[in-house]
Design a protein around this ligand. Structure first.
Ligand code: CP
Length: 314
């Protein structure tokens, strides 16, 4: 996807240009890799080097990429915070990328600035995988989300997905909508606890043009009753513009919480996903319910990212 014709390097900057068949191939590979014996698996990327370039905090994305690489026999190098690199001395993102591309075979980049992965792809001689760029995209999270939905529900076509929380600053939502638009007959009900966190108009228009049937939800209980998948997200207060900082409690966002009682009338097979980390919106009382699939979703990060690493390095 997003391949540069000049170099044929297979970058993964956004999910929009990947086909449904491309997604399904990755899911089939992920499933196979999950079951493959370790001694066989660790020959697949032996001698390759995966560089993890994280300018923003991460638990799941960085560690699941590193685990995926190590289990496939690759070596891992990189950094978990930009402060420890020469970016601290003023080196540009582009020069940092050029250097890491000289030392590794694939770059996994997380950066707080929207468009950083595209900038990296323009100067990198090896594949760049976007591990989250500001409020833009998080395409490998969408792969994990879609894979988990397929495993749990048996299919993605025809499902009704509730996407709730911070639809404005939450980049996983933007990528998930783009990924869902590859499938047929998808209904999406959106709900944000504040109008200021609603899906931006451009994303709404794009999702609708891409064939998703969109609905506006009124509250969590109503949505939980009607969907197959409830996709919760955290309010991304760290991405609020300065004039909004500190306004979480006063704007009523503190009340945005899914309660077990909200699920009383939910469909029997519905599942709850969350890209994590969670804060207050998804209390631990939900964890024991059969519908709770978010830790399974996080575990799926390893086999899905193995499939992706193998695909861009083959
Ligand atoms: N879901 C996700 O991106 O989690 P991390 O920020 O911990 O990587």
């Amino acid at each position: 996807m997003t391949a540069s014709n000049a170099t044929k390097v297979r970058h993964w900057v956004g999910i929009e240009t990947v086909s449904k068949e491309g997604l399904e191939q990755l899911f089939a590979d992920a499933k196979r890799l999950e079951a493959e014996p370790l001694e066989q698996k660790r020959e697949r990327l032996r001698g390759r080097v995966v560089m993890t370039m994280f300018f923003e905090p991460s638990t799941r994305t960085r560690l699941s990429f590193e685990s995926a690489a190590l289990r496939l026999g690759a070596g891992v190098s990189g950094f978990a915070e930009g402060e420890t690199t020469s970016a601290k001395k003023g080196e540009s993102l582009e020069d940092t990328v050029r250097m890491c591309a000289a030392y590794g075979d694939v770059l996994v980049l997380r950066h707080p600035v929207l468009g950083a992965a595209s900038r990296a792809a323009k100067v990198s001689s090896v594949p760049v995988i976007n591990a989250g760029d500001g409020t833009g995209e998080h395409p490998t999270q969408a792969l994990v989300d879609l894979y988990t939905i397929q495993q749990r529900m048996g299919q993605i076509d025809g499902l009704h997905i509730g996407i709730v929380g911070d639809l404005c600053y939450g980049r996983t939502v933007h990528s998930l909508l783009l990924g869902l638009s590859k499938f047929r007959g998808i209904h999406v009900t959106c709900y944000s606890p504040s109008p200021k966190l609603a899906l931006p108009e451009a994303d709404l228009r794009h999702a609708s043009l891409a064939g998703l049937t969109l609905h506006e939800g009124r509250n969590l209980r109503d949505i939980a009753r009607s969907v197959d998948v409830l996709y919760m997200t955290r309010v991304q207060s760290e991405r609020f513009p300065p004039e909004r900082e500190g306004s979480t409690a006063s704007s009523g966002l503190a009340d945005y919480v899914l309660r077990a009682a909200d699920l009383d009338d939910a469909r029997r097979n519905m599942c709850i996903l969350h890209p994590l980390p969670r804060v207050t919106e998804l209390p631990v009382e939900i964890d024991a319910l059969p519908a709770a699939a978010y830790f399974e979703q996080a575990r799926n990060g390893v086999c899905v990212r193995q499939a992706l690493l193998q695909s861009v390095l083959s």
